[in-house]
Design a protein around this ligand. Structure first.
Ligand code: GDP
Length: 455
């Protein structure tokens, strides 16, 4: 998972502090040192980390905190706020409006995932009712136009480019003019990358930008570039008016901390992250839910968004109601397994819950996970009493050996597998119980929910 290791280290540091009987200077310093180490290991720029540490110490002045104050909570909140501050440049990026045509230009080094991200960005908006179009102004890399054409065709998005023309500025201008005439409301210009930052690349970018006058320039950055992120992002910003950042390949093993540094270098927010090679492996990036997730607090607003996005409308109220009751029965598990098998993407919903997807449905092992879920369901099918299913009333804690043996026999599975299924149930039930009392928001009320859950 994204920055999982960093999140784990920070959570552990906070936990260790919570375990201490008294929180004094020494305990606070140990906690902060641990967090500093974790951030540096994740490639966050040294200066940013040092500033963060100083800020927290300033806020958490232990001597000034009156006795009885919850020091742990104050420290935790300070760390949460500082991490958010690192990722939040303090001003939102330009957001295209449907009523008016917007030109968005993509820049980044070759291989950063720029072309793929252009299509993802177009596809994301198309799904929301926009009329996007793609222009390939990358004349440097052989095959760039073919790649964009292929992606665009797959997503049914109009595109413009040329095999013959070598002047990227000319192509960019022609493409933008054409799609303006066709009343496209979001014109996306993909520019050339190079293997490294070079004068020629920056000059070309500057010219394309001058000629097309983009409303927004998005800097695409590969999450694995590490400590180089700050300098790279800054170099781009010095040539064109970068207004937003998209960090790609957050699904890989990258440490990802460079993303935090890029925000500081460009003074622009991360607006999306790429989480895979496919068109829909693309997530809106919101600072607070991201940091919550990083600290193992769960991304509640993302979770609710996903429910609205992928669970059929008629099933939403029931699912949310069950969540708010916090009572996870075997039947709910069975129904959610049915949903996972039927609809695929609902798995994404559960990946928003801490601990849910990583173990049950690890990425890249979907086939195995599906087989496992089917196995669990066969076992649950055989949980009958006089021919009737007993999923609602069965309490796995009270399962005795003979019941477990009956289930194993009935489903043709081994005892070990039945026990494993119950373990899985217990694990999920524990997570589900955290949702108890969940306020059921309507669409658009997500940020309020997020505030409640993180308070
Ligand atoms: P460009 O040279 O910057 O235009 O990069 P491309 O769009 O051609 O991407 C380079 C490689 O990275 C391709 O193999 C993409 O499929 C892959 N890629 C792009 N974004 C992601 C992502 O978010 N996750 C993963 N795993 N791969 C990505």
């Amino acid at each position: 998972m994204v920055l999982a290791q960093l999140g784990g280290s920070i959570s552990r540091a906070l936990q260790q502090m919570s375990n201490a009987t008294i929180i004094d200077e020494k305990v606070l310093n140990e906690c902060l040192n641990e967090i500093t180490r974790a951030l540096l290991q994740s490639d966050v720029q040294f200066k940013l980390v040092r500033d963060m540490q100083t800020n927290i110490k300033k806020i958490v002045n232990l001597d000034d905190l009156a006795a009885g104050h919850n020091k742990r909570k104050i420290i935790q909140q300070a760390i949460f706020n500082e991490l958010c501050k690192m990722l939040d440049p303090g001003k939102p990026s330009f957001t295209p409006k449907k009523a008016k045509t917007s030109v968005v230009m993509f820049v980044g080094l070759q291989g950063s995932g720029k072309t793929t991200t252009c299509t993802k960005y177009a596809y994301y908006h198309q799904k929301k009712g926009w009329k996007p179009a793609l222009v390939c102004a990358d004349t440097f890399r052989a095959g760039a136009f073919d790649q964009l054409k292929q992606n665009a065709t797959k997503a049914k998005i109009p595109f413009y480019g040329s095999y013959m023309e070598s002047d990227p500025v000319k192509i960019a201008v022609e493409g933008v003019e054409r799609f303006k005439k066709e009343n496209c409301d979001l014109i996306i210009v993909d520019t050339s990358g190079r293997h490294k930052q070079e004068v020629a690349l920056f000059e070309e970018m500057r010219q394309v930008s001058e000629a097309t006058k983009p409303d927004l320039v998005i800097f695409v950055m590969d999450s694995s570039i590490g400590q180089a992120a700050f300098d790279q992002a800054q170099a781009f910003r010095q040539s064109v008016a970068v207004g937003a950042v998209i960090v790609t390949k957050m699904d890989g093993h990258a440490k990802g901390g460079g993303a935090l540094s890029a925000v500081a270098a460009t003074k622009s927010p991360v607006i999306f992250i790429g989480t895979g090679e496919h068109m829909d492996e693309f997530e809106v990036f919101d600072v607070k839910p991201f940091v919550s997730r990083l600290l193992g607090m769960g991304d509640w607003s993302g979770f609710m968004d996903k429910i609205h996005e992928v669970v059929p409308m008629d099933q939403q109220p029931e699912l949310l109601q069950k969540l708010s009751e916090g009572n996870f029965t075997l039947r709910i598990m069975y129904e959610q397994f049915q949903n996972i098998l039927k609809m695929g993407p609902i798995g994404q919903v559960f990946s928003m819950l801490p601990g849910f997807s990583a173990e049950l449905m690890p990425k890249g092992r979907e086939k195995e996970s599906q087989a496992k879920i089917k196995r669990y369901m066969t076992m649950m099918d055989s949980m009958t009493n006089e021919g009737k299913p007993v999923l609602d009333s069965s309490n796995p804690k009270l399962m005795n050996e003979s019941r477990i043996m009956r289930i194993a026999r009935g489903s043709g599975r081994q005892l070990r597998e039945v026990m494993e299924m119950f373990e899985e149930y217990k694990r999920l039930a524990k997570i589900w119980s955290k949702m108890k009392g969940l306020k059921i928001p309507k669409k658009g009320e997500m940020s309020a929910l997020s505030r409640n859950m993180n308070a």
